[in-house]
Write a protein that binds this ligand. Structure first.
Ligand SMILES: Cc1cc2nc3c(=O)[nH]c(=O)nc-3n(C[C@H](O)[C@H](O)[C@H](O)COP(=O)(O)OP(=O)(O)OC[C@H]3O[C@@H](n4cnc5c(N)ncnc54)[C@H](O)[C@@H]3O)c2cc1C
Length: 172
C-alpha cells in the first residue's frame, strides 16, 4: 500500500466528513482512512455555526416533528431519524466527553458555549484513530475501476471505498 492508498477516502472535512470518519474508525480495525479537504482548514462551518456556539441538535425526541423542521428534507430525513435521533446525538457527544445543554427554546449547545469544543472533539478523535486529515486537496476528478481513483492538483489517491461529504458544493 503506498502512502496515497486508503481503505476509505472521505471527500470533505466538514461535520459530516469527520463524523463518518470517526464512526468508521471506531467500528473497524486497521482501516486506513483519509479526509480530503479543499480548504486550508477543516470544520470551518462548524466554527461559525450557531453564532460561534454550534447548535448541535434540538430537544425534540420524536422523528416526525423533528423532520418537519427541514422544509426541503422532511421526507428524506424521516428514515434516517428512525436510525439515529436526537438522543443518539446527545449520547454520542457525551460518551466522547462533550456535554450539551438545552436552552429555553429547545436548541442544544455544548455547555462551553463554544463551537471550538466540537472542533476539538472531532480533531482529537481523528488523531486518536490516525485518520489522515489532508487539507488544500480539492478533488477535481473521480474514476472508478476496481478501486476509486481521485485526483487533486498535486496528488493522486486510491481507495476501496469512497464517501462524498462535500456539503452543498455543486461540483462533486
Ligand atoms: C452561518 C451558518 C451557521 C450555521 N449554523 C448551524 C448550526 O448552528 N447548527 C447546524 O446544525 N447547522 C448549522 N449550519 C448549517 C451547517 O452548514 C451544516 O449543518 C454543516 O456544516 C454541514 O456539514 P457538512 O459536513 O455536510 O458540510 P460542510 O461543512 O459544508 O463541509 C463540506 C466540506 O467539503 C469540502 N469540499 C467541497 N468540495 C470539495 C472537493 N471537491 N474536494 C475536497 N473538499 C471539498 C468543503 O470545503 C467543506 O469543508 C450553519 C450554516 C451557516 C452557513
Amino acid at each position: 500500500m503506498n502512502n496515497n492508498n486508503y481503505n476509505t477516502i472521505i471527500i470533505g472535512g466538514g461535520a459530516a466528513g469527520f463524523f463518518t470518519a470517526i464512526n468508521l474508525a471506531e467500528q473497524s480495525q486497521n482501516h486506513k482512512i483519509a479526509i480530503l479537504e479543499r480548504g486550508k482548514d477543516v470544520l470551518q462551518k462548524v466554527r461559525i455555526s450557531g453564532g460561534g456556539r454550534c447548535n448541535v441538535t434540538h430537544a425534540q425526541f420524536e422523528p416526525k416533528p423533528l423532520s418537519r423542521n427541514y422544509p426541503r428534507g422532511e421526507k428524506e430525513l424521516l428514515g434516517p431519524f428512525h436510525s439515529f435521533m436526537t438522543g443518539d446525538t446527545i449520547s454520542w457527544f457525551e460518551e466522547r466527553g462533550v456535554e450539551l445543554k438545552i436552552e429555553e427554546d429547545g436548541r442544544m449547545f455544548p455547555i462551553s458555549n463554544s463551537s471550538q469544543t466540537i472542533i476539538d472533539c472531532f480533531i482529537s478523535l481523528a488523531r486518536k484513530h490516525k485518520i489522515d486529515i489532508l487539507t488544500s486537496q480539492n478533488v477535481a476528478s473521480i474514476e472508478k475501476t476496481d478501486h476509486w481513483k481521485l485526483k487533486t492538483k498535486t496528488d493522486t489517491f486510491t481507495s476501496n471505498n469512497l464517501v462524498v461529504a462535500a456539503g452543498s458544493s455543486p461540483k462533486v
